[in-house]
Design a protein around this ligand. Structure first.
Ligand SMILES: [Fe+2]
Length: 143
């Protein structure tokens, strides 16, 4: 069984962003458990996938706003990763007709791995940039 536990290495140090990612992670865990129970019907998983999509869209929009505000030099590539992930999630929703199967479960594990790879690479680079920005430091010490 794939590990769905939040690990310390996923924390970027930007609390609001980590909180969003944890919610996405929890939602993915619910979806994984739902698919893994092959006796389930597909009704509930469709709602959960919609929820996952909304959580990701909100998180990505917040991150992209921050990138624009701080004039992040790698923003274009980072946004492309977001778009690709959302497109993959959309495709997963389309292909989800026979959702409680081993192949759907494997596809979902791949989707989750893509999200984690993004967290461990692009997100960490962005987080370091944000933490070094004077705009971010002043925003976090002003209250
Ligand atoms: Fe991102």
């Amino acid at each position: 069984m794939a590990s769905f536990i939040w690990e310390n290495k996923f924390n970027s140090g930007i609390e609001s962003m980590d909180a969003q990612r944890k919610r996405i992670f929890e939602c993915m865990t619910m979806i994984y458990r739902d698919i893994a129970d092959f006796g389930n019907k597909c009704d509930s998983i469709n709602g959960l996938l919609d929820q996952l999509e909304i959580l990701c869209q909100i998180h990505y929009l917040d991150e992209e706003q921050l990138m624009d505000d701080l004039k992040y030099p790698l923003a274009a590539d980072h946004k492309l990763q977001h778009d690709l992930f959302l497109a993959t999630l959309d495709q997963f929703k389309v292909d989800n007709k026979q959702c409680h199967t081993v192949s759907t479960l494997n596809d979902f594990i791949k989707l989750r791995e893509t999200f984690i790879t993004h967290m461990l690479n692009d997100t960490m680079v962005l987080s370091e940039f944000i933490k070094q920005s004077p705009l971010y430091s002043s925003a976090n010490t002003s209250h």
